[in-house]
Design a protein around this ligand. Structure first.
Ligand code: ADP
Length: 278
């Protein structure tokens, strides 16, 4: 699974990401955490990011893209990952698309946690209080003044991603005002629907293959029985058959795939709407 969690500061991305890590055994890639670690370690990236982060601005795209590009190369990200806090701008999203395309990897879903802005300050204040009570170091950007700036950056630079991913049929919106448990359940339901749609598409592809291959394969199989040369030509023929069937099966994949997440998206919307009405 490769998932993006999208939402303003305080929308619950980090909390939900941790739960997804446990459920799916995939890694959480939080650019905020990575950058804070870089600042703490005093690396060149950290030195560039330090003041920008403290002021609530965004670190330059090329810095963050570089950090993510290196990170998804590591073995623990092979099984999948949850991106939390990345991409945060349209150029970052484009860079991610290119990275994934280059590696022949698919993005499964972008989950937007939608919350009322009025609730965010309270949530961040609660987070600060909880961190203090646990004796943890509080983030320098978790103050009302800097939060206002982070929210402004979200609105102008990150919110356009909602449109970006909605156009690419990847966006699924969850009502982030529900309880943590409810949000977790809703995300699990969406991801289960996507997994089921993918499994169905794979099944369809598999069942489409033998029928198309049969016509070419039959004589090839007969020949294979008779001699080693025949066996080689059988291999060639089946290779040709695979090539011949590639096009239709690719097409089938496309329609089903579109239908899958689309259906998940529709039902997610229905649930969100129902919840809003209630
Ligand atoms: P938030 O709770 O505000 O979403 P994060 O922990 O994700 O916080 O990020 C903290 C800060 O790190 C951001 O305000 C920004 O300065 C920097 N940052 C994190 N991710 C990115 C990114 N993808 N692009 C640019 N800056 C980033």
């Amino acid at each position: 699974m490769r998932i993006i969690l999208l939402g303003p500061p305080g929308s619950g991305k980090g909390t939900q990401a941790q739960r997804l890590v446990q459920r799916y055994g995939i890694v959480q890639l939080s650019t905020g955490e990575m950058l804070r670690a870089a600042v703490a370690a005093g690396t060149p990236v950290g030195l560039r990011a330090k003041d920008i982060m403290a002021g609530g601005g965004l670190v330059p795209d090329e810095v963050v893209v570089g950090v993510i590009a290196d990170r998804i190369e590591l073995p623990d990200a092979k099984k999948g990952f949850i991106l939390d806090g990345f991409p945060r701008t349209v150029p970052q999203a484009e860079a991610l698309d290119n990275l994934l395309k280059h590696k022949h990897l698919k993005l499964d879903a972008v989950i937007e946690l939608r919350v009322n802005e009025s609730a965010l300050l309270q949530r961040v204040e609660t987070r600060v209080a909880e961190m203090r009570s646990r004796g943890e170091e509080v983030r320098v950007d978790d103050t009302p003044e800097v939060l206002t700036k982070r929210l402004a950056a979200y609105r102008s630079l990150t919110e356009p991603l909602i449109h970006y991913y909605s156009e690419r049929r990847k966006l699924l919106t969850v009502d982030g005002m529900m309880t943590i448990e409810q949000v977790t359940r809703e995300i699990a339901r969406i991801l289960a629907a996507i997994e089921a749609a993918d499994a169905k598409a794979a099944e369809k592809r598999a069942s489409a293959r033998p029928a198309a291959k049969g016509t070419v394969r039959k004589p090839a199989r007969k020949a294979a029985k008779s001699s080693p040369v025949g066996r080689a030509s059988a291999k060639k023929a089946s290779k040709a058959a695979r090539k011949a069937t590639k096009r239709p099966s690719k097409g089938a994949k496309k329609t089903v795939k579109k239908g899958g997440p689309k259906a998940a998206r529709k039902s997610a919307k229905r649930v969100t709407k129902r919840r809003r009405k209630a």
